[in-house]
Ligand binder design. Structure first.
Ligand code: ADP
Length: 490
């Protein structure tokens, strides 16, 4: 324990950066506030250009050694990181819940095991990564995935360690070195991961963590000329700023951004399933980029659907996310709560009806917003077109399949879409017309790490997952070798 240690629910977390295998403090700090009760968790080192430069230098220095480490050895160390994560699931889960207020039970049983799986999956995928050689007039073409260099990874607060490791694991597996800048609202689990990675034997400088604000530490990192890749998950305006900075150095970027995804419910659907899928969209208090926040229901079943939905939504338990029985916790920040309520009140003023919720939950106080369903919303209205990032869904009806598809595609986003239908041919027909990186048919949130993941339009640039991750984090090289004795052939 040092003056740079804070304690959350009995877990010690270092508040400094992790650069070149050492803890580094900044002169200035920022306060990490818990959304559970507004209490200050502690003071975190506030990174600036100085720390960004130091971290990129450390990553650059460590790169040749890590890149030259045999694949099997890199994979072994990543599995050791996964072991370390598994040993500390309880610590990671409780710290993350204090930092971002997502459910403790899902951190324990879903998120943190998945964090470990991120490392295992990409370690194993690396060992399988291959492309069959091919021939050109007797010459052999061999494709290899060469590590690219230092990668800057910028991540958001809604699923901090999950989203960070989904980038860190393939970047490291590929032989790159990493500088992670976690969101300033949720800096803590990244610091714990640095400890875990060091204990697992990851060499100094291979993974670096710089804490701080986006406009300071983040901007300095994405503008650095020695960076070879930038992967970012967050908002559209920030992506544009990062895109402009990276363009100056011609650095490839991967962006996973927002969404306004539809859930299409056809009259031939299993209605119970459809209602369950809709209610599931309140997960993480609606702070999920993939959430299907626009429910589109076939007219003939709309009343029955709405009745059953309201019943299910009313049964959701809102409260402390550390409580096992809780379904919905608070939102992340007072600014976010205000933004959510702003969307809802402007929609109501424009003629929308809140058939469920529609206000902050004043019984609980704090940052709780009642799960909300708005009907009577116009397609071109703000609440239908813009991402709310809170527990707010809209419901619209359609008369024909054609109209359903038109409504579904009519936003500037294209992250995901979910369909509830009992008709297989319809599912195929509709899916083919949807603009979305992922389509779920009669299911939601099933995510295999070998699948391509990303969004179309303003929902993102590029795809990560399986080999697509390695395509992004590597410089692909094709080596053409002449046949033995080629001189004889002229
Ligand atoms: P949100 O609006 O949900 O907070 P942001 O896109 O602003 O989402 O933030 C996501 C991540 O991007 C955070 O880690 C934040 O610090 C970082 N960030 C914000 N602005 C910049 C920037 N100009 N350059 C680099 N990173 C940034």
């Amino acid at each position: 324990m040092t003056e740079h240690t804070l304690t959350v629910a009995g877990v010690a977390v270092d508040t400094r950066h992790w650069i070149g295998g050492r803890r580094v403090a900044s002169a200035e700090t920022f306060t990490d506030v818990s959304p559970l009760d507004g209490s200050a968790l502690g003071e975190i080192s506030r990174g600036t250009a100085t720390e960004a430069v130091a971290a990129v230098a450390a990553a650059k220095a460590a790169f040749p050694g890590w890149a030259a480490t045999p694949r099997a050895e890199r994979a072994r160390i990543l599995h050791a990181v996964a072991d370390g994560v598994e040993k500390r699931i309880e610590d990671l889960a409780i710290v993350e819940t204090h930092d971002n207020a997502a459910l403790l039970r899902s951190h324990r049983r879903g998120v943190m095991p998945r964090v470990a799986h991120n490392f295992r999956f990409f370690a194993d995928w690396l060992l399988k990564l291959d492309h069959e050689d091919f021939e050109t007039r007797g010459h052999t073409n061999h494709v290899s995935w060469d590590p690219a260099g230092p990668c800057v990874l910028i991540t958001p607060w809604n699923a901090p360690l999950m989203l960070a490791t989904w980038k860190i694991a393939p970047a490291l597996a590929a032989g790159n070195t990493v500088i992670l800048k976690p969101a300033e609202w949720t800096p803590l689990t990244a610091s714990l991961l640095a400890d875990i990675a060091a204990d697992a034997g990851l060499p100094a400088g291979v993974l670096n963590v710089v804490q701080g604000y986006g406009a300071e530490a983040g901007n300095a990192l994405v503008s650095h000329p020695d960076v070879r890749r930038i992967s970012f998950t967050g908002s559209v305006p920030t992506a544009k700023a990062i895109g402009a900075a990276s363009a100056a150095n011609l650095v490839p970027t991967s962006f996973e951004l927002g969404g306004k995804s539809p859930l299409l419910v056809f009259a031939d659907a299993d209605l119970d399933l459809a209602v369950d899928l809709a209610v599931e969209q309140y997960d993480n208090a609606g702070q999920v980029c993939l959430a299907a926040t626009r429910i589109l229901v076939e007219e003939s079943i709309a009343d029955e659907f709405t009745r059953r939905f309201a019943e299910k939504a009313a049964a959701l338990k809102q409260g402390d996310p550390r409580d096992e029985a809780t379904d919905l916790g608070p939102n992340i920040h007072p600014r976010q709560l205000e933004k959510i309520d702003g969307f809802v009140q402007r929609a109501i003023a424009a003629g929308a009806r809140a058939v469920v919720g529609g206000t902050p939950n004043t019984d609980l106080g704090g940052l709780y917003y009642r799960p909300t369903l708005l009907t009577d919303v116009a397609q071109d209205s703000e609440v239908v077109q813009e991402e709310v990032f809170g527990p707010v869904l809209t419901l619209q009806t359609f008369a024909t399949e054609r109209e359903a598809v038109a409504l579904a595609n009519d936003t500037r986003f294209g992250l995901a879409a979910t369909l509830a239908t009992g008709d297989h041919e319809r599912a195929e027909r509709v899916t083919a017309q949807l603009v979305a990186g992922t389509v779920w048919v009669n299911c939601f949130f099933v995510r295999d790490l070998q699948a391509p993941f990303g969004g179309s339009r303003q929902s993102g640039v590029g795809r990560e997952g399986g080999t697509w991750s390695f395509d992004f984090y590597c410089d692909l090289k094709n080596t053409v070798t002449a046949p033995k004795g080629w001189q004889d052939h002229g």
